[in-house]
Design a protein around this ligand. Structure first.
Ligand code: ADP
Length: 261
């Protein structure tokens, strides 16, 4: 028999009675694989022409004194939009890479979470010099088994969102702490907050609470989908708590099973 994908569900009724349901999901898995390959390939093919367009636009704009004044604004708009497309292609490629490796067995490394969080914060302090990003670390030494690049991108997406969706004067914090059975990384802001009905859908690709605000902040709508996949592949739990007008907290909890302190 060719390999099949089976899904098994076990339900219990009373003492000793069990219902075992076995579903053949091979076709669903194949469709999902085709979708992932398609998105990955298209994004890859779009990358080169976009880089060329952006390169020419940058060259033109760097010699703006030689251009007719009426062309400057349209060229700036074109450069801004091609940057947006480049960001989108970058995130789509990254998401399809994470999705592809999630289904395969991969080599994992010991990631020092204290250092990882410190590096994410340092990196973003450089990119957002006018903002306060606090790093509260209540753990001296903690390691988890995982993928450094994936974890870095997930945390970075959470902190960037906290910065994008809170006002300039308000700090953003990243806290690393231990609970009885987990290591918890929490990113909090004192920003807009999110209405309860949106929370369950936030990690869907391209789901946005407010389109215009997301675009203005340079968002692609894929950040939280990436976070969800990274959380799943590290057996971490993603929790979102928010209050409209007060702020939001996004946390990732790594179970003790998946860590090595
Ligand atoms: P985007 O690129 O639009 O930020 P994300 O997937 O990262 O995409 O986030 C999805 C949506 O969730 C955002 O468009 C925004 O509406 C909402 N969101 C995410 N993080 C926050 C936050 N810290 N505060 C308020 N809203 C948030």
């Amino acid at each position: 028999f060719p390999a099949r994908h089976l899904q098994v569900e076990v339900s219990s009724f009373g003492i000793g009675d069990r219902l075992i349901l076995v579903r053949d999901v091979t076709q669903l898995v194949q469709i999902e694989q085709t979708r992932q390959d398609f998105v990955g390939n298209v994004s890859h093919e779009l990358r080169t022409p976009l880089t060329v367009i952006s390169g020419y636009l940058d060259t033109l704009l760097s010699q703006s004194e030689m251009l007719p004044a009426a062309l400057i604004k349209p060229l700036e708009q074109m450069a801004q939009q091609s940057q947006r497309m480049e960001n989108l292609v970058r995130d789509l490629l990254w998401l399809s890479k994470i999705e592809a490796t999630a289904t395969k067995k991969r080599v994992r490394e010991q990631v020092n979470v204290v250092a990882l969080c410190g590096e994410v914060v340092e990196d973003l302090r450089g990119g957002y010099p006018s903002r306060t990003i606090e790093y509260k670390c209540a753990v001296r030494n903690a390691k988890i088994e995982g993928d450094y690049r994936e974890l870095f991108s997930a945390l970075s997406n959470l902190v960037v969102n906290a910065l994008k969706y809170s006002p300039e004067g308000k700090p953003v914090s990243l806290t690393l702490r231990e609970t009885e059975d987990a290591l918890c990384i929490e990113v909090c802001d004192q920003g807009l907050g999110i209405a309860e009905e949106h929370i369950p859908r936030l990690t869907e690709r391209f789901y946005r609470v407010d389109e215009s605000r997301s675009f203005a902040g340079g968002g692609t709508g894929l950040g939280l989908a990436i976070v969800k996949h990274v959380a799943a592949s590290h057996e971490a739990q993603l929790k979102i708590e928010s209050e409209l007008g007060a702020g939001s907290c996004f946390s990732l909890s790594f179970h003790r099973m998946n860590r090595d302190v």
